[in-house]
Write a protein that binds this ligand. Structure first.
Ligand code: PLP
Length: 479
C-alpha cells in the first residue's frame, strides 16, 4: 500500500508540475503557438507506437513535454484560429476531478454531486436566458445539443415518430440562416428530414437572418405541401459572428406554430453582460437554446448545455426508461439519464461549476465585455490600416477581413480583385502557419477566402492585436 501511495504522489505531482510548466510557457514571448510539421516528420520525431509491455510512468511522464510542445497551444494569446482560446485553472482542476471520479451522469445514484451541480447550472443558465421553469441537459458539444433540439422539436410536433419511426412522419421542413452552423444540416439529416429538409434563409449585409425572407419561405413551403415545424436562429454565427434578430423571428414562429431554437453556442455568454445582453433580446421566447461554455467562457472542451423553456419536452423526446439502470421512482428521481440521447455521459458540469465558483457572474461579465471590446478594437485597427479591409461590420467576437497588398489597393472591386484576394489570403495564411507566432483561420465569405479573427482569450490585449497585424504586414509585404 505504501508503494501505491508513493506512486500516486509521484505520478500526480509530476503531471501537475509538467502541466504548470506548459501553461506558464504560454506567456513566454519566445514560445510559438504551433510548430507546423508534416504528419510524416511528426511520426519520426515522436515514437507513437503502442508497446506490448507496459512501461514505468517515470519514462512516460518524461516524454510528456515533447508531445505537449508539438501540439497547438490553444491557450497562447496568439491563437485566434477557433471559437475557443485561453485556459481556465479552476475548470482544468474540474476536468482532472472528472477523470478522478470517473462516473457517469445517467443516475443520481452513481453521480450524486455532479447531478446536483448540473441541475444547478441548468437552472442558472436557463434563468439567464429567461427560462425560470425550464429544464436541460449537458451534451458533448454544440452539434449534439443542436441535434437534440431538432429531435425534441420534431418529436414534440410528431410524437408518434419516436415509436413508429419515419413512416409516421409527413414532409417536415425547418429553417435556419444561410450562415447557420452545419450541425443543423447534419441534425436534419439524422432525424430523417434530409439535408434538404433544412432551408437556408438569406442573410443581410452583416450576416443576420432576414425575417421577411423567412416569412416568405415558410409560406412557400406550405404552398408546396410541406409542414414547417422549426426555425433555428443563431446567436453569433460561426464565421461572421452575427446575431439573428430574435423578436421578429419569434413573432413568426408563434404565428406559424414553429419551435424556436436559438443556437447560442457562441453567443450565449453575452447574457452575462449588461452592455451586450441586448444582442439576445427575446431569448425568453425560444423553446430551446444551445449554449457552449467551452467556447467564449473558456471551459475546456467539451462543455455544452441544451436548455428548454418547458419541463417535460426532453423526457418526452428521449426517455426509454431502461429498467436495468434507472431504479428510482421517476416522479421523485433526480436522474438526468432519460433527458439525454446518451447512456454513459461525462460529468462535464463539474468543470463549469468549479469555473463559476472561481469567476462568479461578475468574472464572466468582465470576460465577455473584454473579449467584445478587444474585437471592436481589432475592427478599428483593421479600418485604420491601409493594408487591411473589413469584409463586413462585425457584431461580436469575430472580425472578417482581408489583407490587401499594395498592388491591389487601387484595383476596382470585382471578380478579378476577389480572385487575387483569395490567393493572397491563402498564401499569407501558409506563411503565418510556418512562422507559428499567430494562428488564424480563414473561411469563404461571399465566395471569397477571408481571414476570420476570433477573440476568445481574455489575455488578448491591444498590444497582442497590434503585434499580430504587424506580423501580417511583414509576412505579406511581397505578396
Ligand atoms: C454557431 C455554432 N453552433 C454550433 C457549433 C458546433 O459546436 P461544437 O463544435 O461544440 O459541436 C459551432 C461550432 O463552431 C458554432 O459556431
Amino acid at each position: 500500500m505504501a508503494l501505491l501511495h508513493t506512486e500516486i504522489d509521484f505520478v500526480l505531482q509530476e503531471a501537475a508540475r509538467i502541466a504548470a510548466e506548459y501553461l506558464k510557457e504560454h506567456h513566454d514571448p519566445g514560445k510559438r503557438v504551433l510548430r507546423a510539421t508534416s504528419p510524416a516528420k511528426l511520426q519520426q520525431e515522436l515514437d507513437l507506437g503502442l508497446p506490448a509491455q507496459g512501461r514505468p510512468m517515470e519514462s512516460i511522464l518524461g516524454e510528456l513535454p515533447q508531445w505537449l510542445d508539438r501540439s497547438v497551444r490553444t491557450g497562447h494569446p496568439g491563437f485566434f484560429n477557433q471559437l475557443f482560446g485561453g485556459y481556465d485553472l479552476a475548470a482544468i482542476v474540474g476536468e482532472w476531478m472528472t477523470a478522478i471520479l470517473n462516473s457517469s451522469m445517467y443516475t443520481y445514484e452513481v453521480a450524486p454531486v455532479a447531478t446536483l451541480m448540473e441541475t444547478a447550472l441548468i437552472r442558472r443558465m436557463g434563468g439567464l436566458a429567461g427560462f425560470p421553469d425550464g429544464e436541460g441537459v449537458f451534451a458533448p458539444g454544440g452539434s449534439i445539443s443542436n441535434l437534440m433540439a431538432v429531435l425534441a422539436a420534431r418529436n414534440t410536433c410528431r410524437p408518434q415518430v419516436k415509436q413508429k419511426g419515419l413512416q409516421a412522419q409527413d414532409r417536415l421542413v425547418m429553417f435556419a440562416s444561410a450562415d447557420a452552423h452545419y450541425s443543423l444540416k447534419r441534425a436534419a439529416s439524422i432525424v430523417g428530414l434530409g439535408v434538404e429538409g433544412l432551408r437556408p434563409v438569406p442573410v443581410d449585409e452583416v450576416g443576420r437572418m432576414q425575417p421577411e425572407a423567412l416569412a416568405e419561405m415558410v409560406d412557400q413551403a406550405k404552398a408546396e405541401g410541406l409542414q414547417p415545424f422549426m426555425v433555428a436562429a443563431t446567436c453569433s454565427t460561426t464565421v461572421p459572428g452575427a446575431f439573428d434578430p430574435i423578436p421578429p423571428i419569434a413573432d413568426l414562429a408563434e404565428r406559424h406554430g414553429l419551435w424556436l431554437h436559438l443556437d447560442a453556442s457562441m453567443g450565449g455568454t453575452v447574457l452575462f453582460s449588461e452592455t451586450h445582453r441586448s444582442l439576445m433580446q427575446g431569448s425568453e421566447r425560444a423553446d430551446s437554446i444551445t449554449w457552449n461554455p467551452h467556447k467564449m467562457m473558456g471551459v475546456p472542451l467539451t462543455c455544452s448545455a441544451l436548455l428548454l423553456r418547458r419541463q417535460g419536452d426532453l423526457a418526452a423526446s428521449n426517455a426509454l426508461h431502461a429498467d436495468y439502470l434507472f431504479h428510482d421512482d421517476p416522479e421523485v428521481s433526480c436522474d438526468l439519464g432519460d433527458l439525454s440521447i446518451q447512456c454513459g455521459r461525462r460529468m462535464d458540469a463539474i468543470k463549469l461549476w468549479l469555473s463559476w465558483q472561481a469567476h462568479g457572474d461578475s468574472g464572466y461579465r468582465q470576460r465577455v465585455d473584454h473579449l467584445l471590446s478587444m474585437a471592436s478594437c481589432f475592427r478599428d485597427m483593421i479600418a485604420a490600416r491601409p493594408a487591411f479591409k473589413l469584409v463586413m461590420e462585425p457584431q461580436s467576437f469575430n472580425v472578417c477581413f482581408h489583407y490587401v497588398p499594395e498592388r491591389l489597393r487601387s484595383m476596382a472591386p470585382g471578380e478579378a480583385r476577389n480572385a487575387q484576394l483569395e490567393v493572397v489570403t491563402l498564401a499569407l495564411r501558409d506563411r503565418l502557419i510556418a512562422s507559428g507566432r499567430h494562428m488564424i483561420n480563414f473561411a469563404p465569405v461571399r465566395g471569397v477566402a477571408t481571414f476570420r479573427m476570433v477573440v476568445a482569450n481574455p489575455q488578448v490585449e491591444e498590444s497582442t492585436l497590434r503585434q499580430f497585424l504587424d506580423e501580417m504586414e511583414v509576412l505579406g509585404a511581397d505578396l
